[in-house]
Structures are given as structure tokens and as C-alpha cells.
Write a protein that binds this ligand. Structure first.
Ligand code: TYM
Length: 336
């Protein structure tokens, strides 16, 4: 991508919750694509800690993971000099705009969110209002920065569409105020599935560790988990209906090698699933190793991470403040 001058750049923004140890799904669906935008776009990448408390968190773990997600951002090639890396709770405008936007979001719209339905089924003892209004906070994250493009995995598409609807509704009532964002969903890797139940999304909060590859899993663990991955009773490596497990492994292999499905089928013709699973494990471990190495270096330097957080919060606040003032003016709040 060519480098644009700051004035003509569009804005890219995304966020990841520090609510569990990040997975290969988070990496391939979102994180590994973030750095593609840094030359051409004005980028904001956020650790969305406010989002994560919709589900109970252990405070010490939440704090540690917040540092970890930031360290992973940098380890995945996001240069804090070239983009704004920050923690959501450090910029209070997220919560402020979220309230205002909640008055432009319909109860029915939020009721239709599949993530709300899934999470309320999973946490039936804690269906709190935050879980319900979560997509409004996500819309605020995006609209605060007038973001044009949002790199996300498939599971966030519905939330992004709601953010677009909220922006259009507000713009319709008050004249153009918000940029209407577009999703960027990668062609391959936007929906990485569980290794144990390949019809289900790979999720940070899965209690079966064998179902999930963590970005920070060591080489042996990665290979062992892939070797246990659920496949089917057929024996050929083919991208075909009814072979969800194999399709998922082929997707992962494709992401790390750049090979398309036809090439992968040829490469493993006549070979069994065992060989294929080991190969997927190896390319994944090789792909994650440099990220893990850089991650450890950054995690060893908390002072540096705090400087990044502080500078990022300051930069993000400057943009966020402008949007909030504009919104308040349009709504008719008295400004002094
Ligand atoms: P979160 O923290 O659940 O996931 C972070 C990113 O990882 C993607 N992802 C996946 N991609 C492919 N396969 C998977 N199995 C997989 N699992 C997760 C997600 O799509 C996401 O892009 N609500 C968001 C965080 C958020 C946000 C935002 C994102 C808050 N504000 C503003 C973009 C813009 C979430 O819970 O992501």
C-alpha cells in the first residue's frame, strides 16, 4: 500500500477484548490484518476493557490481560509511532457517547443481536444490561473516531451493521455527523472454528483447551492440539461439504502459507489426515513464534507499555473530544 499524507488518509479502527487468552481466531480474523492498514490509514487500535466486564472478570487477570493485548498489538507489527494504541477505559468519551447513542438504538435491534442471545444463554445467571447494550458501546468506539473501515472477523459483522444503522439514523435526524463505517472482513480466516466442534466458532472462553489454539501456546502444545483436532471418517484432504474439521484446518493452513485450497489438496493427495494435521501444526507454530518472541520482550517492559497507553489515550482523546462536542451541540446541550 502506498503512503498517503495524514490529511488525505482515511481512518481504520478496531478493538479486542482482554477477556481471555487470545486465540488463533482473534489472530487470523482480526489482529494479523491490523498492520496492513498502518501505511495508508490513520489507525486506532483499542483494548476494549469496558466491553469485557459484561461478563464477570477476575480484576487482577483483567489488568494483566490488558497489558498483554497491548503487547500483542505491538508484537504483531503495530508501531505506536504510526498508529494510536490505547485502552478504552482511558478515554471516557466512549462511555459518554455510548449513552447518547443508546437513545438512538431500538430495543428490538439489540434484542436481535445473536451475540446477546448466545451470551445470555451461556451466562443465564448474569444477563446484565451491559450485555444487552454492548453493541451501542461498540458503535460509540467506532463513531467517536469517524472511522471508515473496521477490520473484524465474521462474528462482529452484525454489530458493525448496527453501528452503521445508528450512524445513519443520527445523521438523518441531525445532518451529517458521523462517518458511516465499512467492515473489512478477510476472505480467508474470518471464521476460525473450534478444533473439537468444528461447527462452532473458536472462542476465547471455551472451557475445553483442546478446542482452542492460543496465540501464546508453545510449539508442542500447538502441534498436540492440532493432532487431536476432530475431522471426519473420510481420509482425503478436500475442501468439501460435510468436512467441517478439514475445511477449518485447510483455512488455517492457507492463512499461514498463502496457498489456495486446490494447491493444498494437491499437496496432500494420497497422504492421510495425520500428516496433514502435523503440517498445519507446524506452519501455525512457525507463524506464531516471532509474535511470541516479540510479545515476551514487550511484556518484560511494563514502563514502555504504560508510556504507549498514556500517549495513545492522549491522542485518542483529542479526536474523541471533538466528536463528543459536535454531538452535544447537535443534541442541544448547553456548552459553556
Ligand atoms: P473479540 O474480542 O471477541 O474478538 C476480537 C476480534 O477477533 C475476531 N474473532 C475471530 N475471527 C475469526 N475467527 C474466530 N473464531 C474469531 N473469534 C474472534 C472478532 O471478530 C474480532 O474482530 N465486540 C468486539 C470488540 C470490539 C470492537 C470494537 C471491534 C469492541 N469495540 C470496535 C471493532 C471495532 C469483540 O468482542 O471482539
Amino acid at each position: 500500500m502506498s503512503e498517503n499524507t495524514a490529511a488525505e488518509r482515511k481512518t481504520a479502527l478496531s478493538g479486542i477484548q482482554p477477556s481471555g487468552n487470545l486465540t488463533l481466531g482473534n489472530y487470523l480474523g482480526a489482529l494479523s490484518n491490523f498492520s496492513d492498514f498502518t501505511n495508508e490509514y490513520n489507525c486506532f487500535y483499542c483494548v476494549v476493557d469496558l466491553h469485557s466486564i459484561t461478563v464477570r472478570q477476575v480484576p487482577a487477570e483483567l489488568r494483566r490481560r490488558t497489558y498483554e493485548v497491548l503487547a500483542l498489538y505491538i508484537a504483531c507489527g503495530l508501531d505506536p509511532e504510526k498508529c494510536t494504541l490505547f485502552v478504552q477505559s482511558h478515554v471516557h468519551e466512549h462511555a459518554e457517547l455510548s449513552w447518547m447513542l443508546s437513545c438512538f438504538t431500538m430495543f428490538g435491534e439489540l434484542s436481535r443481536m445473536t451475540q446477546f442471545k448466545d451470551k445470555s444463554a451461556k451466562h443465564a445467571d448474569n444477563i446484565n444490561a451491559g450485555l444487552f447494550t454492548y453493541p451501542v458501546l461498540m458503535a460509540a468506539d467506532i463513531l467517536l473516531y469517524q472511522a471508515d473501515v473496521i477490520p473484524i472477523g465474521q462474528d462482529q459483522k452484525q454489530h458493525l451493521e448496527l453501528a452503521r444503522d445508528i450512524a445513519e439514523r443520527f445523521n438523518g435526524v441531525f445532518s451529517p455527523t458521523f462517518t458511516v463505517p465499512e467492515p473489512y472482513i478477510p476472505k480467508v480466516g474470518a471464521n476460525i472454528m473450534s478444533l473439537a466442534e468444528p461447527t462452532k466458532k473458536m472462542s476465547k472462553s471455551d472451557t475445553n483447551e483442546n478446542a482452542v489454539i492460543r496465540i501464546l501456546d508453545d510449539r508442542d502444545t500447538v502441534i498436540r492440539k492440532f493432532r487431536r483436532a476432530v475431522t471426519d471418517s473420510d481420509t482425503s484432504v478436500r475442501y468439501a461439504d460435510g468436512k467441517d474439521g478439514i475445511k477449518n484446518l485447510m483455512t488455517i493452513y492457507s492463512c499461514f502459507t498463502g496457498k489456495d485450497y486446490a494447491e493444498i489438496e494437491r499437496e496432500f493427495e494420497g497422504k492421510g489426515y495425520g500428516d496433514f494435521k502435523t503440517a498445519v501444526g507446524e506452519v501455525t507454530a512457525d507463524g506464531l513464534a516471532p509474535v511470541q518472541k516479540r510479545f515476551s520482550e514487550f511484556m518484560a517492559d511494563k514502563a514502555y507499555l504504560e508510556t504507549v497507553m498514556r500517549d495513545g489515550a492522549e491522542k485518542a482523546s483529542r479526536t474523541a473530544r471533538k466528536t463528543v462536542s459536535k454531538v452535544k451541540r447537535k443534541l442541544g446541550f448547553v456548552t459553556l
